[in-house]
Design a protein around this ligand. Sequence first.
Ligand code: NAD
Length: 354
Amino acid sequence: MQDFVYAPQCGRVVFGRGRLATLAQEVDRLGAEKVLVLTTPGQLALGQACAELLGPRFAASFPGAAMHTPVNVTEQAMILVAEAGVDAIVAIGGGSTIGLAKAIALRTDLPQIAVPTTYAGSEMTPILGETRDGIKATQVSQKVLPEVVIYDVDLTLALPASVSGTSGMNAIAHAVEALYARDRNPVTDMMAGEGISRLMAALPVIAREPADLNARANAQYGAWLCAMCLGAVGMALHHKLCHTLGGSFALPHAETHTVVLPHALAYNAPNISGAMAVLRTATGSDDPAMALYELAGALSVPRALGEIGMAHGDIDAVVNLALANPYWNPRPVEPDRLRAMLERAWAGAPPLQE
Ligand code: NAD
């Protein structure tokens, strides 16, 4: 046992079936009276359901959330915030919607209630990545951490099997990198191991039967644990690469995490013996990187960057961008090794541990 610092980040968590029904109660607990409801254009019905639950507390809705939190979308929402005089925000949806709420909270310090419907985990972190002119910049501020998170298992039943798979692998990625973070501690190790095993068990069941309630509850619980890891400790090569691929090459967030994770883990494997021991238990495999690659295969989700829109000719640009801002990683990030890894990830080849 080594010395450590653990700083809990999350606010109030309400977990279980049908918990969206407590929305008005949670708004009242915050003392708010004029609520802005955020969704993506695809989740209008959920926004409508929130408006009905809020009754007189509902002030306005903005169904324009978009992936990677573009600043111009936030600016549009800010006009509504001012016009409607809102005093709290409800974000119902995936990381894109929650990102928009965080961007508004950064500018206004308004309290947020996040109702996640994917496994991305943004609701548990003080991190906000915003995109301006094609460049994604990340900042950390306690202002963006939601005050309340409602995990309603029922809301995940409609999450399509493919999005469930990629989103679940996105959650696993947070826990994998937490296991070798410099500032990891016994609490995050425990959450990471448990989060990964819950998701590894639940995701294949969800791929076969998306409405399996038990698997859905386990996946959401696992995703919450993984998200707390993301909020608590620093990330490394995997998240930095995905950040570059998403922000500068417009690749879809969860799919990118799904493809890159086995390769990033294989890259770091020689230098992270402690994390690999936990991962062998959590994945039930002697080769955790291969287990994650095989999981993606079992979930029928993309395993190649070429498959999700990256041009082969962009590999060098990704390497250059990834090396432009040095960051800590358990294994030094070397251009040739990184290029070889990206070649494999681009083609969808199995991860190779060197
Ligand atoms: P998303 O929010 O973009 O959702 C993907 C799509 O699925 C959207 O069209 C959405 O409308 C739809 N959807 C969501 N839930 C659904 C449901 N239950 N049923 C049917 N459709 C549903 O994707 P995401 O992967 O959740 O989030 C990605 C974004 O979150 C990225 O911008 C990423 O940078 C950000 N993110 C941030 C953090 C952080 O800590 N700051 C962490 C993770 C992700």
